[in-house]
Design a protein around this ligand. Structure first.
Ligand code: CP
Ligand code: NVA
Length: 308
């Protein structure tokens, strides 16, 4: 019997031990890459990438990463596939998973990627859904560790929309043992049932974003309107006005607090230019680390724990 493929559909699909492994492999792979040393465990392997939404970072980091590991990546935009003419996602999964070794999907509802994974012979990686963005938080936490050491016991402030990135931070907090302070405008708060966090100490909600930032180790935010919700743009712009991460909010955080944003960012909306372009911001390292962390992830889901 073939073993079940190792899917990464949401952050909680992996254990603490697996994350420690991935962070260590990320460090090792990044160091070798920086020394221009060839490392190609995925020679002759193929990644298929299915994009139903736009992307810059996810597309480039997966494609470049797969090439650097010795494999190739095939990019499929929805409009270019038979999905756009009604082919069921289950059939797409059955077909492409007979031809490639690993699949990355960016799509709308989580149920779409779950249906794909249920019919896939090979590992499936979530490259963003409406509900989660696990590859982003993998890279973000690696970035935190790189800058400050372990994230266990630390506090992260999430300011703004309770979106896919936010819910992934909540899943990560439970596994990696840190706390999230959440502040969102009325009507956009985290849904406790959806967050499904068993340990109530893992997150705390604040009506005042300044208070949410008080004495935290990391402040992070994201766009006010995520992909797929564009019709709500005007209403959201009005509702989120007081939830811009600015210098005053950063002053509430610890003096050595970091600022992160998954990007793309809108300066003057969810973040002030002086913050994202300021000394506490690590957004460019964060973006770069998508490459290294996802190379570790690809190696792990395709080859398992390689001998080191
Ligand atoms: N952060 C992120 O996933 O960026 P892209 O939408 O450009 O892939
Ligand atoms: N929350 C954003 C993240 C983009 C990388 C979105 O879903 O559009």
């Amino acid at each position: 019997m073939p073993t079940r493929p190792k899917h990464f559909l949401q952050f909680k699909d992996f254990s603490l031990d697996e994350f420690f492994w991935l962070f260590e492999r990320t460090r090792w792979i990044k160091e070798r890459f920086k020394r221009y040393e060839l490392y190609q465990p995925l020679r002759d392997r193929t990644l298929a990438m299915v994009f139903e939404k736009a992307s810059t970072r996810t597309r480039v980091s997966f494609e470049a990463g797969m090439n650097q590991l010795g494999g190739i990546a095939i990019n499929l935009n929805r409009g270019d596939t038979q999905l756009s003419r009604g082919e069921p996602i289950e059939d797409l999964a059955r077909v492409i998973s007979r031809m490639v070794d690993v699949v990355m999907i960016r799509t709308f509802e989580q149920s779409i990627i779950e249906r794909f994974a249920a019919h896939s012979r090979v590992p499936v990686i979530n490259g963003l859904t409406n509900e989660y963005h696990p590859c982003q938080i993998l890279a973000d936490i690696y970035t935190y560790i790189e800058q400050r050491g372990s994230i266990a016991g630390k506090t992260v402030a999430w300011i703004g929309d309770s979106n896919n990135v936010c819910y992934t931070w909540l899943q990560a907090a439970e596994i990696l043992d840190f706390t999230v302070h959440l502040s969102s405008p009325p009507g956009y708060e985290v849904d406790a049932a959806r967050a499904a966090v068993r340990d109530v100490r893992r997150y705390k909600t604040f009506t005042d974003p300044m208070e949410a930032c008080r004495a935290v180790d990391l402040v992070t935010t994201d766009v006010w309107t995520s992909m797929g919700f564009e019709t709500e743009n005007d209403a959201r712009r009005r509702a989120f006005e007081d939830w811009q991460v600015d210098a005053a909010m950063m002053r509430e955080a610890r003096h050595d607090a970091l600022f992160m944003h998954c990007l793309p960012a809108h300066r003057g909306e969810e973040v002030a230019a002086e913050v994202i372009d300021g000394p506490q911001s690590v957004v460019w390292d964060e973006a770069e680390n998508r490459l290294h962390a996802q190379k570790a992830l690809l190696e792990y889901v395709v080859c398992g724990r390689v001998a080191v």
